[in-house]
Design a binder for this molecule. Sequence first.
Ligand code: AMP
Length: 111
Amino acid sequence: MSTVFGQIIEGKLPCKKVFENERILAFHDIAPQAPVHVLIVPKKLIPNLAGASDEDEAVLGECLTVARKIAQQLGIQNSYRVITNSGKESGQLVYHIHFHLLGGRPLGALG
Ligand code: AMP
């Protein structure tokens, strides 16, 4: 069954789009944890990092390149965090892999 991100990728749910190409869609998080909080999502349904395979290496790497470019575009290129949650105890809620790009405020140490 399609996740909420699958429905956004299919155009069935709206999003505030920041970037799109054939492989990746990036949009603002609906409940931002920082002044900049963008989600970078491969269009291919990969549930999380644990569920990825070696053939996903290129698109996962491209997600980081996209994150760098969006950080520049949104003016947070000097300091930002990119994270991905994998599994229930990491806090993962949506089982379609995504990278959070966070910035625009001091983020503190990871706890
Ligand atoms: P995670 O806990 O890593 O799975 O992150 C899921 C993220 O998706 C959370 O930060 C949510 O706020 C965000 N989210 C959930 N639904 C939507 C939506 N419709 N549009 C944008 N972001 C969403």
